[in-house]
Design a protein around this ligand. Structure first.
Ligand SMILES: [Zn+2]
Length: 344
């Protein structure tokens, strides 16, 4: 082989090597780069059109395989985490999902009986999906309520821990400065569920942010005030996506029980639906968050009066000449008609 031929061969080999390195680099980057657009997180993406205050410019960070400092639950360390960074209303926020993929059961004594628990999830993608649902809720609630879910003293971050819930599918642990954490049921997420629950728990953290008096009252009186705490968490949960809006409405209509007091309701309360329908005024009827301004008005007045009974002030303020008593009396024939219409 001539010297020139050798030189050409060496150059060709070098070029091939450079191409290979570039290609490997491209392939390595591909999953991370496309995760935000093509992965499971895109499936539940909300339409932010028209919401000038919502920004979503920061791609989620890649999953962190080993993550020190996670909680230990029943002896099981949540040894991995996924941090989802995003910007809401011009402020950098994040959701950190703690989880483990370690498929080891744990046993907890509950009321004197052993309960076997499976705290793990199956994949990193499941943690990412939970974080993405949390972001969707955060963005939507900020757009509606003009404030962030409670993250005081938590570095603009809310933590989610994946655990096997005993008697719950999600839990919004009471928040305090420096303590911002939500539990999400791992078996539910392993089975593909959890979207509604994540939205629901984030609304509890939005409720906690009304902490000039309302949050303290709700905390002290839970669960007797569930008509507002749980009812409103469901009311807001179905404001995030159109599909869940329809599900929430259908369930609340079907689930109405006329034999119990209006004030003894909790989840999926059709009376809450009627409240926003009648006295709310903002947003388009096709928006899942249609008339949620009425929910904001109630939270805000609850914070002023330190009591959710503020509705006797809120209702006439939103709809002149309508008293709370008249409003409640109107509800019954409206709801009865609604049920009758469904019988055809
Ligand atoms: Zn709840």
């Amino acid at each position: 082989m001539s010297t020139q031929a050798k030189r050409i061969k060496v150059l060709a080999a070098l070029a091939a090597l450079v191409l290979a390195v570039l290609l490997i680099g491209f392939l390595i980057n591909l999953p991370a780069a496309s995760a935000g657009r093509l992965g499971p997180m895109a499936a539940g993406a909300i339409d932010n059109a028209g919401q000038a205050t919502v920004t979503d410019q920061v791609e989620p960070a890649a999953p962190d395989a080993a993550c020190a400092g996670g909680p230990t639950i029943d002896g099981i360390l949540l040894d991995e985490c996924y941090i989802n960074n995003f910007t809401v209303g011009g402020t950098a926020k994040s959701i950190r999902v703690w989880y483990t993929k370690n498929p080891v059961t744990a046993t907890r004594m509950v009321n004197g009986n052993p309960v076997v628990l499976s705290h793990w999830i199956n994949t990193d993608a499941q943690a990412q999906q939970v974080a993405q649902w949390g972001q969707q809720a955060w963005e939507r609630y900020f757009a509606i309520f003009g404030r962030h879910p409670y993250d005081t003293g938590c570095g603009n971050r809310i933590n989610i821990q994946m655990e096997d819930g005993v008697g719950w599918s999600g839990i919004a642990y009471w928040a305090s400065p420096g303590s911002c954490r939500i539990g999400i049921d791992s078996p539910m997420v392993r089975g593909g569920g959890g979207q509604w629950v994540v939205y629901h728990e984030f609304q509890h953290y939005l409720q906690y942010s009304f902490n000039a008096g309302c949050y303290a009252y709700l905390q002290a009186n839970y669960p007797s005030d569930s008509v507002y705490v749980e009812g409103y968490a469901d009311l807001a949960a179905d404001s995030v996506t159109t599909t869940l809006d329809a599900t929430g409405y259908g369930n609340s209509v079907a689930g109405y029980d006329p034999t119990t007091s209006l004030m003894n309701k909790a989840y999926g309360d059709v009376y809450n639906k009627y409240y926003i329908e009648q006295v709310g005024s903002m947003y388009n009827v096709t928006d899942p968050w249609h008339h949620l301004d009425a929910l904001l008005a109630h939270y805000a007045e609850c914070d002023v009066e330190d009591n959710p009974s503020a509705l006797d002030t809120v209702i006439p303020a939103l709809k002149s000449a309508l008293t709370q008593v008249q409003f409640i009396l109107n509800f019954f024939p409206a709801n009865t008609t609604n049920h009758s219409a469904n019988l055809t």
